[in-house]
Design a protein around this ligand. Structure first.
Ligand code: PHE
Ligand code: FE
Length: 279
């Protein structure tokens, strides 16, 4: 890799945040806390609780990193904003999560197209406390470097989009959110579970890698995993032959419905699993 990772790291300068910036954080944090009860997956809520310092205002990355490091060996690296793909993947492959330092302004509370500190920290970091998800993110970083060499970044970016950013997970209590793009959005955290319009389909690796996505509106399709182990296992094989297979196949529109799709009903309960989980 030609880029030097250290060239993209900055100082967080935690002492430099204003009271107004901390107040924006608290507003967003408290709003999501209320919305995410019964909507976010357990692994996320557990991770958030483990990172308790995040509740009081914009957290100091060093303090968060120390907690995260003890749990799964990940650390947070402050970056100025969007960074080159190779740098991003290089960090993930080393169990380093690049996070932006700035927070959105008052007039952007509901929607922001680029990641800010609230999205990066409350959306992504709590799941890095989970050992299986932590390993998935590292494998994704390694896979990103490879996809780049092979010219298939677009396919891999869709996997990231439909899992890490906008993934849903099926649980004995019904569908839950694990995608960070949803977890940090007040509107979409309700829409993705409650609105009849988007389709919710069972996760299928090739289907996901063929599906384009919108970056500027709520998703039209969400893919649902059973658990993080399923996601990790499905993405473990070498993607090289899969990328070659995909070269022969067309892409799907974000709202397409294709043979083989399996719809997951909202609030679907799994009797046997529910029972097993209670005994
Ligand atoms: N197994 C993938 C590959 O060979 C790497 C990967 C793992 C990609 C997990 C994404 C997520 O490219
Ligand atoms: Fe993100």
């Amino acid at each position: 890799m030609s880029e030097n990772l250290a060239d993209f790291a900055v100082e967080q300068n935690w002492a430099g945040y204003s009271e107004e910036e901390h107040a924006i954080w608290r507003f967003l944090f408290e709003r999501q806390q209320r919305l995410l009860v019964g909507r976010a997956c357990r692994e996320y809520l557990d991770g958030l609780a483990a990172l308790g310092v995040a509740a009081h205002g914009i957290p100091d990355f060093e303090r968060l990193s120390d907690i995260l490091d003890r749990a799964t060996g990940w650390r947070i690296v402050p970056v100025p904003g969007l960074i080159p793909d190779a740098v991003f993947f290089g960090y993930l492959a080393q169990r380093r999560f690049p996070a932006t330092c700035f927070i959105r302004a008052r007039d952007q509370l509901d929607y922001l197209q680029e990641p800010d500190i609230f999205h990066d920290i409350t959306g992504h970091v709590p799941l890095l406390v989970n050992p299986v998800f932590a390993d998935y993110m590292q494998a994704y970083g390694e896979g990103g470097l490879k996809a780049r060499r092979l010219g298939h970044l677009e396919n891999l970016a869709r996997l990231y989009w439909y899992t890490v950013e906008f993934g849903l997970i099926d649980t004995p209590d019904g569908l839950r959110i694990y995608g960070s793009g949803i977890l940090s959005s007040a509107g979409e955290s309700v829409y993705c579970l409650d609105d009849p319009r988007p389709q919710r389909l069972r996760f299928d690796l090739r289907r996901v890698m063929r599906t384009r996505y919108h970056i500027d509106r709520y998703q039209q399709t969400y893919f649902v995993i059973d658990d993080f182990q399923q996601l990790f296992d499905a993405t473990r094989p070498d993607f090289t032959p899969i990328y070659h297979e995909l070269e022969e196949l067309s892409d799907f529109a974000p709202d397409s419905r294709v043979p083989g799709d399996v719809t997951v009903a909202i609030g679907q309960k799994k009797g046997p699993r529910l029972h097993a989980a209670r005994v």
